[in-house]
Design a protein around this ligand. Structure first.
Ligand code: GLV
Ligand code: GLV
Length: 323
């Protein structure tokens, strides 16, 4: 009977699916409010056919070797897979899968929640009100910025970037510019969007910039001190991709110095640590890597991760095999 180790308790749909198949499923129930330790993963992976991992776990060669010779597939509970040593997996003939598609809408919604919240100063206004500072209505109290009519720059036009463009263009009357390694004419037609061939040029033209690239050597610190300086002083930066895409120290300084107007961040360079300067600034919104965290989506991710495992263990190509 195939055996699966799940590093953290995840929503039940996928676990139920694996059990219905008759698989032996072991969930690391110790790691509820904290990450699984490397020791727990090293112990749990012994003799299993499949590992279901989450994005905070570095799945390296040591862990993979501990799963050999039985380990056939690693199903990451995330669309991103920068936590997994893909080369090491290939060398060991271990398949790696992710959970794209099912979280696209949710992450795009969270991106918009952040964009609206920073522009309309929602968190700041909430803090202000709770602190008892709302003593009188004021014609100039907490003035923010509209989204409507503004230019949104999307860096990375994958599924999520495209869905953000949909909301921006169809729902909020924003003009959409985008940067990616290559242009997409169909997308341009549908969203009246314009391709900008360079990151610097894109940054300098936008009122809002939203990041949707995967974390690669080529995207690490893509947003650095020099690039922040090319942005408009009225611009907002949104990040729901991966923390290290932004040089966080440089961003904290740019926000403190009013080089840009604000930032709304769901991911952090050294998460769960957050650069302390950011926490002291009013023009920053911080959420704890929850862009895909809705009941529906976390269940759908659970189901998809399980389906990837089942397909792999039944000798078929899993739907979300990372090549
Ligand atoms: C979340 O960050 C994911 O990659 O799914
Ligand atoms: C992730 O699903 C992306 O392609 O943006």
């Amino acid at each position: 009977m195939p055996k699966v180790f799940i590093t953290r308790p995840i929503p039940n749909t996928g676990i139920d699916l694996l059990k219905e198949k008759g698989y032996e499923v072991v969930v690391n129930t110790e790691a509820v409010d904290r990450p699984a330790t490397k020791e727990e993963i090293l112990a749990g992976i012994k003799g299993v056919d499949a590992l279901l991992s989450v994005l905070t776990e570095k799945i390296d060669s040591e862990i993979m070797d501990a799963g050999l010779p039985t380990l056939k597939v690693i199903a990451n509970y995330a669309v991103g897979f920068d936590n997994i040593d893909l080369k090491g997996a290939k060398q060991r003939n271990i398949m790696v899968t992710n959970t794209p598609g099912v979280l696209t809408n949710t992450v795009a919604e969270h991106t918009f929640a952040l964009m609206l919240a920073i522009a309309h100063r929602i968190s700041e206004a909430d803090r202000f009100s709770r602190a008892g500072k709302y003593t009188a209505w004021g014609p100039q109290l907490l003035l923010g910025a509209d989204l409507s009519g503004k230019t949104l720059g999307i860096v990375g036009l994958g599924r999520i970037g495209s869905r953000v463009a949909y909301h921006a263009s169809k729902g909020f009357g924003m003009k959409v510019l985008y940067y990616d390694v290559k242009p997409n004419q169909e997308f341009e037609k549908e969203f009246d969007a314009r391709y900008i061939a360079g990151v610097d040029e894109l940054l300098s033209q936008c009122d809002f910039v939203s990041l949707h690239v995967p974390l690669l050597d080529s995207t690490r610190h893509m947003i650095n001190e020099a690039r922040l300086k090319t942005m408009k002083p009225s611009a907002y930066l949104i990040n729901t991709s991966r923390g290290p895409i932004i040089d966080e120290k440089a961003l904290a300084k740019a926000l403190a110095d009013k080089i840009i107007a604000g930032a709304a961040l769901d991911v952090f360079e050294y998460e769960p640590e957050i650069t302390s300067e950011l926490k002291n600034l009013d023009n920053v919104i911080i959420t704890p890597h929850i862009a895909s965290a809705t009941e529906e989506t976390r269940q759908a991710m659970s189901k998809l991760a399980a389906e990837n495992i089942i397909e792999a263990l039944e000798g078929r190509i899993p739907p979300n095999l990372i090549k």
